[in-house]
Each structure stands twice: as structure tokens, then as C-alpha cells.
Design a protein around this ligand. Structure first.
Ligand code: ZN
Length: 123
């Protein structure tokens, strides 16, 4: 009995947190599948009820997982695409980004006016 209580106390918050994360990811997948245009992380955050500014970093993190989830679940029949970020001043395109994020400055002209990446799911 005692052991069980300790066990529940230890695992419950983690389990709860995990299922909450899953829900947000499922929501993001649905939002991207239903959207008729590519969305920025900020727009996605807003659409799933996160704070659009503070939730932005969280959305990038979720998107990394979502790419894998889709591959596992649909085996190539639904794919997450990223339109790469672009420098608003010189037009430099961040084509070699390996993961979804918004770079802070342009390597070519050092500008910080970067148009964020946009995401969509194609089925
Ligand atoms: Zn630039």
C-alpha cells in the first residue's frame, strides 16, 4: 500500500504532463492538416491556445516530434513541410536548416529582420 502510494505520487505528474503534450501535438497536426495555407509557429501557437509569443519556442519543439510522428503513423502519406526562413533585407534563404526554428540573424548581411519559417502538412 505504502509503495503503491509512492509510485503514484512519482508517476502521476509525469504521466499527466505527457498526455497533455500529446494533446497539443494532436491539435497542431489537426490545425496544419486543416489549414489551407502554410502557418508560422506563432500562428500555430495561437490556433492551439498557447500564448503566441511565449508559445512559439514550444511549437518548434513540438514540430520536431510531429515530423517523426507523421512518418511513423502515415509512412510518407502525410509529410510535414517547412518553407525555410528568409532574410527580409537581402533575401537570403536558410535552405540548410536541419530543424524547425527561426534563426536570429542573417549570415550574409547580419540583419535581424528574418521572416520566420512556415509549415504545412501535405497528404
Ligand atoms: Zn540578409
Amino acid at each position: 500500500m505504502f509503495l503503491e502510494t509512492i509510485c503514484i505520487k512519482k508517476t502521476w505528474p509525469e504521466a499527466f504532463e505527457m498526455s497533455l503534450e500529446e494533446t497539443i501535438r494532436e491539435k497542431i497536426i489537426r490545425v496544419l492538416m486543416e489549414s489551407r495555407r502554410p502557418l508560422t509557429a506563432r500562428e500555430i501557437a495561437e490556433a492551439v491556445g498557447l500564448d503566441p509569443y511565449r508559445g512559439e519556442a514550444e511549437v518548434y519543439e513540438h514540430l520536431r516530434h510531429i515530423a517523426k510522428t507523421l512518418r511513423r503513423r502515415y509512412g510518407g502519406r502525410a509529410v510535414l513541410y517547412m518553407i525555410p526562413p528568409r532574410c527580409k533585407d537581402c533575401g537570403y534563404v536558410f535552405k540548410d536548416l536541419r530543424e524547425p526554428r527561426k534563426p536570429s540573424r542573417c549570415p550574409r548581411c547580419k540583419s535581424q529582420r528574418i521572416e520566420p519559417p512556415k509549415f504545412y502538412i501535405e497528404t
